[in-house]
Design a protein around this ligand. Structure first.
Ligand code: G6P
Length: 363
């Protein structure tokens, strides 16, 4: 096992550090060099969807929530994202002409499979987005897109999510173009920015790990964390909170920053820290003012942000901004590393957290 970990202490750490390669591998064969656009041959036979359902569980569900933003903004496709265990017991308005994207790293999650079966029974087209070749999701879906992230051993998913985000980005580019609505700036800048990511991420990861290690020592006595984000970073807040609870057993809640005032703010005190996602984008002023509300109640704050931000919080954590929404690809590993370092510092079994399974194949 030591050899399989490639010199890393845990599979999770190894997999976090594999993410630059995962992005590169996910792009392999998916860029048409002649036209300079995204190319997903698997999707060619299908018309671009008029309406999209994304179905998944756990971390894959968070990837789906993130994908919704790009599907709507870049491809103009009204999109709903559903937790598979909820969709399967509703009577969803779903039928011929609808497209369902089922996201699953393992391809064996029982609820996600049930969602696929329900969608197929109602005549919808199912696109499976999965990592394990030949898995049940791959076999049941009408069309499969492989995330090509390689085997993920750690129970807590990291690199698989990175590959899911990459593929969702490509899908939004392909469909946006097919539907003739892809914004020109996105068409020109997204792929070159995606191709530059592996090298930029590689350069940034070691420093991020050091910062995560230092910060987790400051916050290791916290019993609870509130993760806050807006827009694309709301799903990231959910994912950051999920990673922390999964492996460090510290209670954490992910919240849309603007919803904080409707409840969670009542919890804030000097012993209840917040972890904010505060990229310098259009929503930055809004997040900043949410953080001021936290501070006014004595809450400590770690905030992932970008160089040049003027955040006055306890622990601003600057990561590279990259281009547009691809800033996510730098924030995600920072969240993963914070949870990882916290769990390791607290002596938890990082790769095999209690009560959790890598894939939940029964209900
Ligand atoms: C389990 C794993 C999670 C994973 C979820 C969905 O709960 O512990 O890491 O995100 O299942 O798995 P899937 O294989 O369908 O993506």
């Amino acid at each position: 096992a030591a050899a399989q970990k490639g010199g890393y202490k845990h599979f999770m750490l190894k997999e976090i550090f594999e993410q630059p390669r995962v992005v590169a591998d996910c792009l392999t064969g998916r860029i048409d060099r002649e036209t300079g656009s995204a190319w997903l041959p698997e999707l060619e036979p299908l018309p671009a969807p008029e309406r999209l359902f994304i179905v998944a569980c756990g971390t894959s569900y968070h990837a789906g929530l993130w994908g919704m933003y790009l599907m709507e903004q870049w491809a103009g496709i009204p999109t709903r994202v559903e937790i598979a265990s909820e969709l399967r017991y509703r009577d969803p308005i779903l039928g011929p002409g609808d497209t369902v994207v089922a996201i699953s790293q393992s391809g064996e999650t029982a609820d996600t499979l049930a969602g696929i079966q329900l969608a197929k029974a109602r005549g919808a087209k199912v696109i499976g987005l999965c990592n394990v070749v030949g898995s049940s999701v791959a076999r049941e879906a009408d069309v499969v897109l492989y995330t090509q992230a390689g085997p993920e051993i750690s129970v807590a998913s990291t690199k698989a999510m990175c590959s899911q985000l990459t593929l969702l980005t490509l899908m939004a580019l392909v469909w946006g173009r097919k539907r003739g609505v892809l914004p020109a700036e996105v068409a020109a800048k997204c792929l070159p920015a995606l191709e530059a990511l592996p090298a930029e991420l590689d350069a940034a990861l070691p420093g991020m790990r050091d910062r995560a290690k230092a910060l987790c020592r400051v916050y290791s006595e916290a019993r609870s964390f509130l993760y806050l984000g807006r827009g694309l970073y709301y799903p990231m807040a959910l994912e950051g909170a999920l990673k922390l609870k999964e492996i460090s057993y510290i209670h954490a809640e992910g919240y849309a920053a603007g919803e904080m005032k409707h409840g969670p703010i009542a919890l804030i005190d000097p012993k209840f820290p917040s972890f904010a996602l505060a990229p310098v984008d259009a929503l930055y002023p809004k997040v900043k003012s949410n953080l001021q509300e936290v501070q006014a109640r004595g809450g400590k704050i770690v905030a992932l942000t970008h160089p040049g931000a003027d955040l006055d919080v306890d622990h601003p954590w600057e990561v590279p901004a990259g281009w547009g929404p691809l800033a996510t690809f730098f924030m995600l590993p920072a969240l993963q590393l914070f949870a990882y370092e916290m769990a390791d510092y607290l002596g938890k079994d990082v790769d095999q957290p209690r009560n959790l399974a890598k894939s939940v194949t029964v209900e």
